[in-house]
Design a protein around this ligand. Sequence first.
Ligand SMILES: Cc1cc2nc3c(=O)[nH]c(=O)nc-3n(C[C@H](O)[C@H](O)[C@H](O)COP(=O)(O)OP(=O)(O)OC[C@H]3O[C@@H](n4cnc5c(N)ncnc54)[C@H](O)[C@@H]3O)c2cc1C
Length: 568
Amino acid sequence: MTYRAPVDDYTFLFDHIVGLGQVTATDRFAEATPDVTSAILTEAGKLCEDVVAPLQRNGDLHPARLENGVVRTSPGYAEGYKAIAEGGWVGMAANPEYGGMGLPMTVTSAVNEMMSAACLSLQLAPLMSQGQIEALEHHASDAIKDLYLPKLISGEWSGTMNLTEPQAGSDVGALTSKAEDNGDGTYAVSGQKIYISWGDNDFTDNVCHLVLARTPGAPAGTKGISLFLVPRNLPDENGNAGVANSLKVVSLEHKMGLHGSPTCVMQYDGATGWMVGAEGGGMAAMFTMMNNARLGVGGQGVGVAEGAYQHALGYALDRKQGKTEGETGTIIDHADVRRMLMTMRAETYAARGIALMCAVAIDMTTATDDPRWKSRAALLTPIAKAFGTDIGNEVANMGIQVHGGMGFVEETGAAQYARDVRVTTIYEGTNGIQAMDLVARKMMDGGEAAGLIFDEIESAAEAARATFPKMAETVWQASESLRETTEWMISQNHRVRFAGAVPYLRAFARVLGGHIHLQSALNDQGGAHEKVARFYIQRLLPEHDSLLAQAQAGDYDVYALTPEEFAA
Ligand SMILES: Cc1cc2nc3c(=O)[nH]c(=O)nc-3n(C[C@H](O)[C@H](O)[C@H](O)COP(=O)(O)OP(=O)(O)OC[C@H]3O[C@@H](n4cnc5c(N)ncnc54)[C@H](O)[C@@H]3O)c2cc1C
């Protein structure tokens, strides 16, 4: 089964669940009318179905390689990237002043999700550029903006983010790359960065690296980190890519998946760079990029889940095995295959709804600067990232199961989804780190932002009681238990919170999913949304109970064994 863009689902979620209307009612996003949005989704959907999806296997079978220091990309990727860039999709959310479309993040997220479903390894290239564009829009000088933004937005040049070093992974503050002032407004950047996605390619005229490094004498930890823009080729007097900068790709990682995306070890040897933002303000500036990327990576998980679901559904509708009482005579008639397909569909939809809720909060923050929207966006970002990517993994894995033995055989393509999506729970801050962020930094408001969400879920559930009393009660109760656990969590020290953080985040997502499904049922009574909502609320939502019990179990059990006892 070939990929089919789920445009109707996005439209339904925009119109009935996440409230895109409130975004487009603002001056900032007034141009994204329903007609425009619908045309965008249709156009992007066609590109993903016809141009991007056919590249998915190419990347897996013919990985990117390093030839004489130059990255050679997988067959068809250059043409695919060109089509993405020419469609304006790299600069979808970017400022129109520099050539962007200025679209809401909500619409951008839907397009990015479709592209991830079609070909995750290629989609990572524009996603990296989008993050860089946003970071430069917020933090760069006018001169840098004028020179770089139009080229990044048009896709002529591409962007990367360089945080990780061998000794500095999750602990970014441990990085040691250096930047010395050249005295002419530029810096000499030196050091090694590892795992740099799309660190080079053979289809853009330039590759612009945003590099975190320390200036001489800078304080230890994150406070001493600054951000530098370091292009592969230095711009000439006309602003075109000129002579090569002092940096190179040393090697590419051999990975379990995502083969089409070159993951580079980069060496900077006094490369010329320009500081972006204030000295010592590197992490703040990079966070602009990382927050965008976190939602984007959550969307990658949702996209792959959708791709894997469609793939498994196609197989289930075709494969004949065993006697069935159903009408098709294929494995889709078996109860367990139905269970898997329903789970895949219901989970993907919940994760998509959460990602779009988060995107709406980001758009409302951009449009109104209202601190309540800002706190909501901040709270939802780690949930969208971690739940979206967990679901991507679980659904892709279930997709293999639906295929039976053929799922384990590479030629069906089912395994590729699982291999490709695996990294999404790791990069952009592991999901464990996302959960810690949720229970610590995102609860520094005393649970206010979370409380507002519970109020909203509970009043919506109250209103749904007349139509769906049982489902409404289940969602209401789930929200109330989550509220109680949140209050308990806030009263604990960080060690206890961290021990329960991962189950807490998942329980939060479960409840948000219940809310999204319940509202969807209300807006599609008797239709497919109601049927899927019943499945989710009866079979998947109850997991929140055991998750909340785990969240409140304290830190003793997890630390009970000493490292010696583990090793014994
Ligand atoms: C394919 C791929 C692409 C990537 N692309 C990029 C890129 O473009 N740019 C870039 O800069 N980086 C990139 N990365 C790096 C990625 O962001 C890191 O791998 C990730 O942040 C984790 O760091 P680490 O691998 O050093 O793991 P570690 O930090 O060593 O973590 C190992 C384990 O310990 C846990 N852990 C670590 N610290 C803590 C803590 N304080 N509390 C609780 N648990 C903790 C982690 O959750 C994890 O389970 C990429 C990685 C991969 C694999």
